[in-house]
Structure formats: structure tokens, C-alpha cells
Design a protein around this ligand. Structure first.
Ligand SMILES: Cc1cc2nc3c(=O)[nH]c(=O)nc-3n(C[C@H](O)[C@H](O)[C@H](O)COP(=O)(O)O)c2cc1C
Length: 206
């Protein structure tokens, strides 16, 4: 029997050294992108944007921004997960897109808009960014899970300078880089044993 998703979670590892000659392409890359697209989010607003960077020049420029971590230059693609703060406009866009121009559907969605705006509309800019960040991490989780299932290697990364990354990618004001996911294929097997805390440490059954 082929390996299950759970088996592949044991196989996956935060890979530090990618083989620069092996690229993630075509259907595999499409599936990882699909997993991000189908990630659930609060109110369905998907308050993030993901840059999929294949250009070597850009990856090289990211080396100093990521404190020379070795997984950056050799990865196949660098996924840069950014949180959005243009939420009120995004709610309007959501209603426009979901109702597809149908006036009745649009009217029905006004209740949802009120509900959303009552919650996120009252947040400070900082709280809004934090809320979007949390949603963004769920998308990161789904991307890592998809990579594991497809036996594509990845390495989640918070170790970078977000302001420098925003500058490099010339991000508009409403986008903020949050977390990175270089993907590709391992150049060598991980040099360390996998450690996880015990079930007793992590769970309580009642
Ligand atoms: C949110 C997050 C940020 C991380 N940032 C980095 C990083 O900047 N550099 C790095 O080498 N590993 C980073 N890691 C990888 C973790 O160190 C790694 O996942 C953990 O030690 C467990 O090892 P495993 O993923 O190989 O099972 C990060 C992991 C997560 C989930």
C-alpha cells in the first residue's frame, strides 16, 4: 500500500539543504497552490497573498534577508506568505464575487457583511494584522501538509527580516510578509533525529 498522509508526516522534515537542480513543477506545484487556495479561513475572507518566487536572482537577494540560512538559495520555489490589512475593501469584494452581480444575493449578504464588520471593523490596524497573520499560518499549515503528502520537501521559516522582505518584493501598504516556505527536494537526508514531545505532554483526555 502506498504511504498515507500520516506516514508522510513522519517522513517530512524541515529541510535545510535543497538540491538546486531539482525543481517542483507542473501538477505538483499546482496541487500545493490548490491546497493553499482551499485552506479554510475566518468568514472565508482569505486575508493573505502568497508570492511564488522561482527567479534565482530574487532568491539570491533573499539570502541576507534570511540571515544566510542555507535553504534559501537552493530551493525550487520560495513561497512568501503575506497577511493583508485591506479588510473592509476585501469584504466588499467578497460580496461582489459571491453574489456574481445578483442583486437579491447581494442584499442577503449584507447581514454577513454587518456581522463581519462588527467584528473585524472594530479592530485596530495592529489587531487586524495579527488576525490576518493567524489566518495566514493556517494556509502555511495546509501548504506544508500538501508538500508532505506529495513528498515535496519544505522548510517553514520565520527567521527573516520582514521589513526588508516587504521592500525587496515592493509590497503595497496592505501586504505584510509573515512567514516563508521554501520548497524543493532534499540534497541529503536530515542530519538529526526527529524529536516530538510525548502524548502525555501534549494531550489531556477527559
Ligand atoms: C513557524 C515556524 C517557523 C520556523 N522557522 C524556521 C527558520 O527560520 N529556520 C529553520 O531552519 N527552521 C525553522 N522552522 C523549522 C523548525 O525548527 C522545525 O519545524 C522543528 O524543529 C521540527 O522539526 P521538523 O520540521 O524537521 O520535524 C520553523 C518552523 C515553524 C513551524
Amino acid at each position: 500500500m502506498s504511504k498515507t498522509f500520516i506516514d508522510n508526516l513522519e517522513w517530512r522534515s524541515a529541510i535545510k539543504k535543497f538540491d538546486p537542480d531539482k525543481k517542483v513543477a507542473g501538477e505538483l506545484l499546482d496541487k500545493i497552490i490548490k491546497a493553499i487556495r482551499f485552506t479554510p479561513s475566518s468568514y472565508g475572507l482569505q486575508p493573505y497573498h502568497v508570492f511564488v518566487i522561482s527567479e534565482q536572482d530574487l532568491k539570491d537577494k533573499m539570502k541576507t534577508i534570511t540571515f544566510m540560512q542555507p535553504q534559501v538559495g537552493g530551493c525550487s520555489q520560495m513561497l512568501v506568505f503575506c497577511a493583508r490589512t485591506d479588510l473592509p475593501a476585501r469584504v466588499d469584494q467578497y460580496i461582489e464575487d459571491v453574489s456574481k452581480g445578483d442583486l437579491l444575493a447581494k442584499t442577503k449578504l449584507q447581514g454577513k457583511k454587518l456581522l463581519i464588520m462588527n467584528s473585524i471593523g472594530k479592530k485596530s490596524e495592529e489587531d487586524l494584522l495579527e488576525w490576518s497573520r493567524r489566518q495566514t499560518y493556517i494556509a502555511l499549515g495546509f501548504a506544508m501538509a500538501a508538500c508532505a503528502e506529495l513528498q515535496v520537501d519544505s522548510c517553514p521559516m520565520e527567521g527573516f527580516n520582514p521589513m526588508a522582505m516587504d521592500q525587496l518584493l515592493e509590497l503595497p501598504e496592505h501586504l505584510h510578509s509573515v512567514v516563508l516556505l521554501p520548497i524543493g527536494y532534499r540534497a541529503e537526508e536530515p542530519q538529526r533525529d526527529k524529536f516530538r514531545y510525548s502524548n502525555e505532554d501534549l494531550f489531556t483526555n477527559r
